[in-house]
Design a protein around this ligand. Structure first.
Ligand code: IVH
Length: 670
């Protein structure tokens, strides 16, 4: 046989072995034999680059090339399902279907609801040609390169099977518990943030820019919906049976039932049994089996009338509360955490649970020795949801702390917020670390060669006490005496140095004025032009800026009222950080519109509404929402509302067109 024919033969064989191993879990050759065939194919493909095929079994390892996702419009929208946690609503569903079918007999296919992310796969002539995420249901991301690495998804269906020329099959991409546990363990060791649940992990992985990452993470997929012209028959269940024959992984736990009792039996069985499955499930999906009946039932705006999802209650366990401790996070938020007798819950031993905040804690009315119910929802950290009926306690509930357990400062609670905060921004270690981490973060100073661990390290060694100290660090201080070269250290110092060029608006964000996020920092920077002007600003001045409310204004005033903060800013200025707008940005500003109240209305050609808002502010004006006799003029685009137009005319207020407005800013001297 010539080499080219051998390539085709090997691909075919390896596809079959993949299927036997990953879908049927019944391999017929040893791993070693499999590897042997794979190597033979790799060698031959290397010799014959003209035979490249993205669907070859050798391509399952993915590539390190960055892939950008293209947006693709779904050929048929990907709808979601109506959800219920409630058996009565399941009975209502049955009733509605029965009435909708005018009493005709029907069957329902009961399936597990897999907790991953949905995917749409397109096959042409038996080859996988495209894989698209759900996205917003109308269009999604083309993630074909990543999906090719999922070994239970066939790249090439066996010749001779009775699949249609073209079809779509939808299903769920999942991260099995085993892969999830392994991944989180690796991330923990590397000091990386953990994934909260397998769904987040699967979704983060599938959106990865790098398909070799995807290949390593051990994703899996179950298919549950076959679509297209020429699919085998009228039965959804039977169609999936056919799909299973073509090589797709279809759940073996689907059941056809013809009564509501059958549905409940299925739900009851899987509510317990799902704990033994290798993947996460969060409910069951019920689908009317006949496609003709599905069609006649139709859909509502959002979801089909022929299907519903019943969601399982989160798992609960009962144990004894021993103590409540209070943790101070990097924002200063104080979280009450319960220590309990260890108990098994959803596959892990649990001994700590979050109590969220003072309100939640108070509503639980907790005492040491209480029997409590612990639940594990979609998050890593379990929570206490209530007390067990058997709990007999009385007396005072455990109180929330009044002072910071780390530094002793009196805690504060900001209006509208559930959390208590330690206000000691500049003196309490977790807050100091939080502020330094914020300072170096990407959207702030972007000192990307420093990570939170290194910052912690420097802080513990006493090398830094605040973010300004970063600019004093020297190679000698940081050098590791055991390392052969100090490349890493030099990189860190270089990126600290580089941060001196970061524009003023990001510096203003980086210094960490509470409530001043990226957008507010930008607004303030553009409006005032320099840190000195921001520091001098009065409450009235701040409040008249669009987008700056009382909370932010107050916080700015308080920040600059604190001499520690002022000294910090001065030090940063001394190190050469940008404390005012660049020349270009400054030129774009004036006080041409000072004292003017301007209403924006209609649709614009040259700039967005937000851009016009910003322009008005940059030139000293104020953008207001409604027309009154105080309005200076209306900046009007097309299709200005008739009511507004009438009001403006009645009050004799000038209507200015977009072009007139831009000319005004361009020519009139300030
Ligand atoms: S059928 C029109 N079957 O749950 C029918 N969905 O809100 C569309 N899901 O977006 C979906 N397991 O991601 C179906 N056996 C199953 C499922 C399932 C999980 C997900 C899917 C969908 C969501 C429904």
């Amino acid at each position: 046989m010539d080499e080219k024919a051998r390539i085709l033969q090997l691909r075919d064989e390896l596809h079959q072995h993949n299927f036997r191993y990953y879908v049927e879990n019944a391999p017929v050759i040893s791993d070693q034999e499999f590897d042997f065939l794979m190597h033979e194919l790799q060698d031959l493909e290397a010799k014959h680059p003209e035979m490249f095929d993205a669907n070859s079994p050798t391509q399952r390892v993915g590539s390190d090339l960055n892939n950008e996702f293209e947006t693709v419009v779904h050929s048929r929208p990907m709808l979601s399902l109506g959800n219920t946690y409630n058996r009565e609503e399941v009975a209502d569903f049955w009733q509605r279907v029965s009435e909708g079918l005018m009493g005709a007999p029907f069957q329902v296919c009961c399936e597990l609801k897999f907790d991953g992310l949905s995917i749409s796969l397109h096959y042409e002539e038996g080859r996988l040609v495209r894989a698209v995420t759900r996205g917003d249901g109308v269009q999604g991301d083309d993630v074909t390169a990543n999906v090719r690495t999922i070994r239970s998804i066939p790249l090439q269906l066996p010749a001779g099977a009775d699949y249609p020329k073209q079809f779509e099959i939808r299903g769920e991409v999942l991260m099995p518990w085993s892969s999830f546990d392994r991944l989180n363990k690796e991330r923990e060791e590397a000091g990386e943030p953990l994934f909260a649940n397998p769904r987040n992990a699967a979704s983060g992985t599938l959106k990865s820019k790098n398909s070799s990452t995807v290949a390593q993470r051990g994703l899996d997929a179950y298919l549950y919906y076959l679509l297209g012209d020429g699919i085998p028959g009228d039965g959804h269940y039977q169609n999936l049976e056919a799909a299973a024959r073509w090589g797709f992984q279809v759940s073996k736990n689907m059941r056809l039932v013809d009564s509501l009792e059958g549905v409940f039996e299925y739900i009851d069985y899987w509510d317990k049994e799902r704990r033994n499955l290798p993947v996460a499930t969060d409910g069951v999906v019920l689908k009317v089996n006949s496609l003709a009946q599905q069609k006649s039932l139709g859909m509502t705006a959002k979801s089909p009338r022929w299907a519903i999802a019943y969601k399982f209650q989160a798992e609960q366990a009962e144990t004894t509360l021993r103590q409540v401790v209070f943790q101070v996070g990097r924002t200063g938020a104080v979280t009450p955490v319960a220590n309990m007798d260890p108990v098994q819950l959803a596959g892990t031993q649990v001994r700590r649970a979050t109590l969220h905040n003072a309100d939640v804690m108070a509503s639980l009315d907790l005492h040491v020795g209480d029997r409590v119910l612990v639940e594990k929802g979609g998050e890593i950290i379990p929570k206490i949801v209530g007390k067990a009926e058997s709990s007999e306690t009385g007396g005072e509930a455990i109180p929330f702390v009044t002072n910071c357990p780390v530094c002793g400062s009196k805690l504060v609670r900001y209006e509208g917020e559930a959390a208590h905060y330690c206000p000691n921004d500049t003196g309490c270690p977790p807050l100091i670390l939080g502020r330094i981490e914020h300072f170096i973060s990407r959207k702030a100073m972007n000192i990307n060669s420093l990570g939170p661990e290194t910052v912690d390290d420097y802080y513990r060694q006493g090398l830094i006490h605040d973010a300004a100290d970063l600019y004093e660090l020297t190679e000698k201080q940081l050098a590791d005496p055991l390392a052969s070269d100090n490349k890493g250290v030099r990189k860190i110092l270089a990126s600290i140095e580089e941060s001196k060029q970061v524009p003023f608006e990001r510096v203003l964000y980086a210094i960490g004025i509470r409530f001043v996020g990226e957008i507010a920092a930008k607004t303030l920077a553009r409006y005032y032009g320099s840190i000195d002007k921001v520091a001098e600003a009065s409450m009235e001045s701040l409040m008249q800026i669009n987008g700056i409310g009382e909370v932010i204004a107050n916080s700015v005033i308080q920040y600059f009222a604190n001499p520690v903060n002022r000294a910090f800013v001065e030090r940063l200025r001394g190190y050469g950080l940008q404390m005012e707008l660049g020349e270009q940005q400054k030129q774009a500003r004036s006080n041409k519109l000072e004292g003017q109240s301007i209403v924006i209305s209609g649709v614009f050609q040259h700039h967005s509404r937000d851009e016009y808002k910003a322009l008005i502010e940059q030139h000293g004006g104020k953008n207001v929402g409604s027309i009154s006799n105080k309005t200076s003029f209306v900046l009007a685009g097309e299709n200005m509302g008739p009511a507004k137009l009438e009001k403006a005319e009645k009050l004799g207020i000038r209507i200015m067109s977009e072009d007139e407005f831009l000319t005004l800013l361009d020519t009139q001297d300030s």
